[in-house]
Design a protein. Sequence first.
Length: 452
Amino acid sequence: EQHELLNDRANEAFRTARYEEAIDLYSQAIEASPSSLASAKYYTNRSAAFLQLRYYEETIRDASEALNIDPKNMKAAFRKGLGHEGIGQIEQALELITKVLEGAEETDQRRKALQAKSRLIRLKEISKSQIKSQFENEVLGLWTDNQAHRVNFLKPPPSQVTFGVPFLVEIFISNEFGLFNKSTGEYDGVPFSCELDVLRNEASIDIRLEISGDLQLSRLGRGKLNLTIQSTAFQQQQDGDNQLIVEVALIFQCLGPKTIHPNRIPLPVCSLPLIVTSLPTKTSDLTCQSLIKGFDIQQTRRLTIEGLPCPLYLAEVQSDLWGKIWDCGLVMCKYLSQHASSLIVGKQVLELGSGTGIVGLACAILGASRVILSDQFADLLSENVRINQLSQNGHVLKLSWGNQEDIIALGNVMAVPVQVLVMTDVVYELECVEPLVSTLALVCNRHSIVIV
């Protein structure tokens, strides 16, 4: 039927990060819907698109509409909770996410709700009596002067483009919690740049990037550009049938906020590789993202950390708590680089709760003889080991805390008790403390060096 066809088209637009188009199609599906139950599904889906664009009030509104029709709609409850989190209403968000945990039947839904609850408990502790709103959507207390800020993709580049055909990319500034405080105007008018990094150019053709748009951030810390990749070789052979193919990446970076720590540069963001062709293909509208066993990767980071002899490249999973770069990891890398000769060089290192692997990979770069990066989710770690070409002394192990079989597997690849154990951002979730302690007791002794 028409409303289902519209919903299918909207889902396809959503999957390829065309969120505004998805919102329009979901709206048409709602209007064409013959029943309230079908409308509930479309309201739920539209709330997800609004959430991706960080339109939190609209997210809450649509999720509420869906819940009014179907109070047992756990997807709508989850998204409404994330909407409240986005505007700093942590108590309301935590109440909704707790209800999702009580009612969710799907394993993936429970996993995401558990991660959200852990994050919200952490935010609640950090923000006690600190969230005061002078402007709607302001999140004071969670946006502080000493945080590392980040450039992120709001609308990532496509995975495949054609020479001479423009495409839209949008970015935004956030802190480690994905939040932005618009009241100070600290990023209003701050310049940003977009650079082209050529990864593969077997024909050795000239490649240049043409930029259309304002290279300054808005008061909301957002930027939008229309980009076109050009080549003289392409322009000279437009009438031919030969396909020209190159592989590039886009790097966005900006200056720091205007008055608060103006020398603190936000972490740059890099796209995944873009394939540029001279002839259009059917996949030219696909979003630049890759899937690692169900987790979406839309961006990578190129981190230059004081004390590390070379940059770190890290893919992130923005939609999950474990797959992001947190400030603790940045601080730990700097500390280890200052004490590498006594703590890391020549030693075997185990990292627990590696996440993106930022700390373990830094240890590998700093001269550890062997590093085991461990986490429940090992696929992202494997990808980041590969990106940084550290497979010689960096190894990945799937390890769940307290799991005897995983501990035995660790003993097969590294001497236990371990020489050095590192971990960051692992002790904020109370239910995980006991299995973490039991794991530490199994892999360490009084001679082990434990750095937290």
